[in-house]
Design a protein around this ligand. Structure first.
Ligand code: FNR
Length: 402
């Protein structure tokens, strides 16, 4: 039943490390600048300890939570991460099938290497969320939103922490490029179909030719100014050119997005990190927020998400759901986040490590490890349902312990 080579996410990470080529490994694992926030996302959990209660008949545990009208088997989903076929040819479809099997929600990045329609089909009714970068050229975003609606996505997660891309030095040094046999499929309409022999998806630096010369010529980077005039991105839609949008703002954009999504899809903000912005999110009528710092890839020096969570929970006062992501690597981390008031958590890199290790089966393994850990933690702490998990189960240690 167990994979004796891989009993923890730490071991999964170590396996993945050996399976990925350098460009992919660095792209997936690094944070921004000196990686302080990346590290703290994980280590900040150790400031908290659990206060277990005993003699409570924990022979039956219900770890499920409702989400988007479905039952999620555990309060955890797979966060949207870009370009999953870099890790393994199963890519986003592998992740989708693993999530379906485990009955957990999946977030799909706009910059996926398989299309949202393909992913929706592979999910067979399992609830999905489309992560959205709202582009300066609205028409592209409008099309994507309409497609997601048609494909049955439950919500869009608008990423709000990326007016510019954080500085990721290894990515710069490696001159990161999507290998020519992979495509950002949601925006690939005008591109020629991929020849079957070119599809393997495994990391192989020998095959990296990068963008075609035409694309290199045409792509311009977002957010740079010529004199006083902003130059919006033009040319093919790439992560580097189009994801960052420094013009996004509360007044104009949130209303627009809610209107585009209509009653069919919820609108969530991903990347809220303060109580003030959480209040504004409530004020602007969004359906939920994800406390996130993009896995430490945007503003380095920002608070660890578990440290930002309490002020957000306090500000929101239960008016809308609050989710959190960043650095979650153990079932006990999930328990701690919920005890601090989160309704649900998302994991990003662990799914990529799973993919790199064994494709879909690796993501299944990752989800199984975390599910087992969550359920075991709940029982050992004396809780039989998710709604019982509260502040009473946690104590914050002072610095003397560290
Ligand atoms: C991300 N993340 C991300 N977020 C987003 O809104 N759109 C995206 O396209 C991506 N892409 C992406 C790629 C890679 C390689 C990573 C590691 C992360 C951020 C992601 O959704 C999530 O916030 C973090 O990954 C959570 O932190 P952990 O679990 O990776 O520590």
């Amino acid at each position: 039943e167990h994979d004796l080579n891989c009993l923890t996410l730490e071991e999964l990470e170590a396996h993945a490390r050996t399976m990925m080529d350098k460009q992919t490994r660095d792209y997936y694992n690094e944070g921004s600048d000196s990686n302080t926030t990346l590290r703290e996302n994980t280590t900040a959990y150790s400031k908290y300890r659990i206060r277990p209660r005993v003699l409570r008949d924990v022979s039956r545990i219900d770890s499920s939570v409702p989400l988007f009208g479905h039952i999620n088997s555990v309060p955890l989903g797979v966060a949207p991460t870009a370009m999953q076929r870099l890790a393994h040819s199963d890519g986003e479809l592998g992740t989708a099938r693993a999530c379906k099997k485990a009955k957990v929600a999946m977030g799909l990045s706009s910059f996926a290497t398989q299309s949202l329609e393909e992913v929706a089909e592979a999910s067979e009714g399992n609830p999905n969320v489309l992560q959205l970068y709202l582009f300066e050229e609205r028409e592209h975003s409008r099309k994507l939103i309409q497609r997601a609606k048609k494909a049955g996505f439950k919500a869009v997660f608008l990423t709000v922490d990326t007016p510019f891309l954080g500085r990721r030095n290894m990515e710069i040094r490696n001159q990161f490029k999507l290998p020519s046999h992979l495509k950002v499929k949601n925006f690939a309409e005008e591109e020629s179909p991929v020849p079957p022999e070119a599809v393997d998806g495994e990391g192989d630096s020998g095959k990296r030719e990068g963008m075609r010369p035409k694309m290199q010529r045409k792509a311009s980077r977002a957010g740079y100014t010529e004199g006083n005039r902003r130059v919006p991105p033009s040319g093919p839609i790439t992560f580097h050119s189009h994801a960052p949008n420094p013009t996004l703002c509360w007044e104009r954009d949130i209303g627009w997005l809610k209107q585009e999504c209509g009653p069919e899809m919820e609108v969530w903000l991903k990347g809220i990190a303060t109580g003030e912005d959480a209040l504004l999110a409530v004020h602007h009528g969004v359906d939920g927020i994800v406390v996130s710092n993009h896995g430490g890839r945007q503003l380095n020096g920002a608070m660890a998400t578990i440290d930002a969570l309490p002020e957000v929970v306090e500000a929101v006062q239960g008016k809308i759901p609050v989710h959190v992501d960043g650095g979650i690597r153990h079932g006990t981390d999930v328990f701690k986040a919920l005890a601090l008031g989160a309704d649900f958590v998302w994991v990003g890199r662990p799914a990529l490590w799973g993919l790199a290790y064994k494709g879909q089966a690796g993501v299944e393994l990752m989800l199984k490890l975390l599910t087992d850990e969550i359920r075991l933690c709940m029982s050992l702490a004396g809780t039989t349902s998710v709604k019982e998990i509260s502040k009473e189960y946690l104590v914050k240690m002072d610095n003397s312990g560290f």
